[in-house]
Design a protein around this ligand. Structure first.
Ligand SMILES: Cc1cc2nc3c(=O)[nH]c(=O)nc-3n(C[C@H](O)[C@H](O)[C@H](O)COP(=O)(O)OP(=O)(O)OC[C@H]3O[C@@H](n4cnc5c(N)ncnc54)[C@H](O)[C@@H]3O)c2cc1C
Length: 415
């Protein structure tokens, strides 16, 4: 029997992969389109919750659910490690031998912390005095380490950019400051923020605001630090220019990299990110391949908000493509980043490829209730509430009523 059914294969059932499969399943006729999603396991974590686990602000149960409960009927979820893509044959090989054939492929396999890439980072002290909160296991181990912490040098360290949620290390520092104050340990603790950047953050205006926030909290900042190795015995990190930073407790963000199969399939750059057109997320090498979420090289934050906004644009374009028409929608790099600042407050950053974070209100011009580039309780509650929105609206693919493009209404450039 000759089938005319076309095949869309989505690699990765995380934030972007789940949303895109669900949204398209609701819009593409099942007779015409088969949709398959592949992931290596059935665990879906709400990764922003990793930030809160070490401070007991989220429970493990609040951030971890099964993947299959979020996948729409009519989408096949295949649980297997992806081994290789053959873009010429349009096939994906899975561990175990199964081969999937596609007409269109979406790579949404995200980015992962890779402590194996820095000499000395992995070792007997990994998840002990060398901690991290970019994995579920790491965040829980750090919760126990912080509970037993009695003071000393707490060093928060970024290995290299880009990382997912680039503000998360700053948020961790602010929350640690607050946590240590509440526990009466702040006076005995030297908090140090070590970054490969020349300031607190990548965007100049936000970097100034966030740098001031570190100063106000008495956090020492060590800039331009390109780590060469961790010496677990001497409890120091060493840079290529031979600077040494001592720690009692290190909280490191390891190098982040895209999935290894992307590299093996020659679809990625040196960090295994898929080069794409930044407005359509279409591979620059193969027109039937797209990369969404953290897996691509688009020059904006690697964040769930970017995954969300870019998926909305992609879905509209894909419906045009499926109908044989040119794609007319363009992604502007829009990102929303809540920045927890401790004491029950948070800032909110809103920016895109061309516009620096602005001051003003979000999402309703002049009304808010959230304030941009300013600490407020509303922003903090917005960040906490987002977990419910994520599980109940975003992942199932329900519309949030937020336009994907950044709006300039009610916003003004920061002085
Ligand atoms: C500590 C922390 C805090 C964060 N805070 C925020 C925040 O406040 N706001 C925000 O917007 N974003 C935040 N993020 C970022 C956000 O979680 C990610 O940007 C988002 O999840 C990216 O979605 P994705 O679909 O690209 O990747 P993911 O959601 O990571 O999904 C990738 C999927 O691919 C699968 N996969 C990978 N390789 C393979 C393989 N070889 N075979 C099979 N399956 C594979 C994985 O199992 C995973 O399910 C945070 C992230 C962290 C770590």
């Amino acid at each position: 029997m000759i089938t005319t059914q076309r095949s869309l294969v989505v690699l990765g059932a995380g934030t972007a992969g789940t949303m895109v499969a669900n949204k398209l399943r609701h819009k593409l006729p099942a007779n015409d389109w088969r949709i398959t999603v592949v992931d290596k396991n059935d665990i879906h974590d709400y990764q922003p919750g990793y930030l809160f686990l070490p401070f007991g602000m989220n429970t493990p149960q609040q951030v971890r659910k099964t993947k299959h409960t979020f996948i729409a009927d009519g989408v096949e979820l295949v649980l297997a490690e992806i081994d290789m893509v053959d873009p010429k044959e349009r096939t994906v090989s899975l561990a175990g031998g199964r081969i999937l054939v596609y007409d269109y492929l979406v790579i949404a396999t995200g980015t992962s912390p890779r402590p194996d890439q820095t000499p000395g980072m992995l070792g007997p002290e990994w998840h002990r005095s060398v901690g991290e909160f970019y994995t579920f296991e790491g965040a829980l181990a750090l919760r126990d380490r912080l509970a037993a912490f009695t003071g000393g040098r707490l060093v928060v360290h970024i290995t290299e950019l880009p990382i997912k949620c680039p503000v998360a290390p700053l948020e961790f520092t602010f929350l640690a400051d607050d946590y240590l104050r509440r526990r009466g340990l702040r006076a005995q603790t030297e908090l140090v923020f070590v970054t490969p950047l020349d300031g607190a953050f990548t965007k100049p205006v936000a970097s100034r605001e966030l740098g001031n926030a570190l100063d106000e909290r008495g956090v020492t900042i060590e800039t331009d630090f390109m780590i060469e190795r961790v010496d677990q015995e001497r409890k120091i990190i060493v840079s290529y220019d031979e600077r040494e930073v001592a720690y009692d407790q290190l909280v490191t963000i390891p190098l982040n990299m895209g999935a290894d199969f992307v590299g093996r399939s020659r679809l990625g750059d040196e960090l295994n990110y898929v080069p794409v057109d930044k407005h359509t997320m279409r591979s620059t090498q193969y027109p039937e391949i797209f990369a969404l979420g953290d897996a691509s090289n688009i020059p904006t934050s690697k964040a769930g908000s970017v995954a969300h906004f870019s998926v909305e644009v992609f879905v509209e374009n894909f419906l045009e493509l499926a109908a044989g028409r040119p794609m007319t929608h363009s992604f502007d790099g829009h990102a929303n980043c809540f920045v927890e600042s401790g004491g029950g407050k948070a800032l909110l950053l809103d920016f895109n490829y061309d516009t620096e974070p602005l001051t003003g209100t979000f999402p309703i011009p002049h009304l808010g209730p959230m304030h941009l580039l300013k600490e407020s309780r509303a922003n903090h509650f917005g960040k906490l509430a987002f977990r419910h929105i994520y599980w109940n609206a975003l992942l199932p693919g329900r519309p949030l009523g937020l336009p994907p493009q950044m709006s300039m209404a009610g916003k003004v450039p920061a002085a």
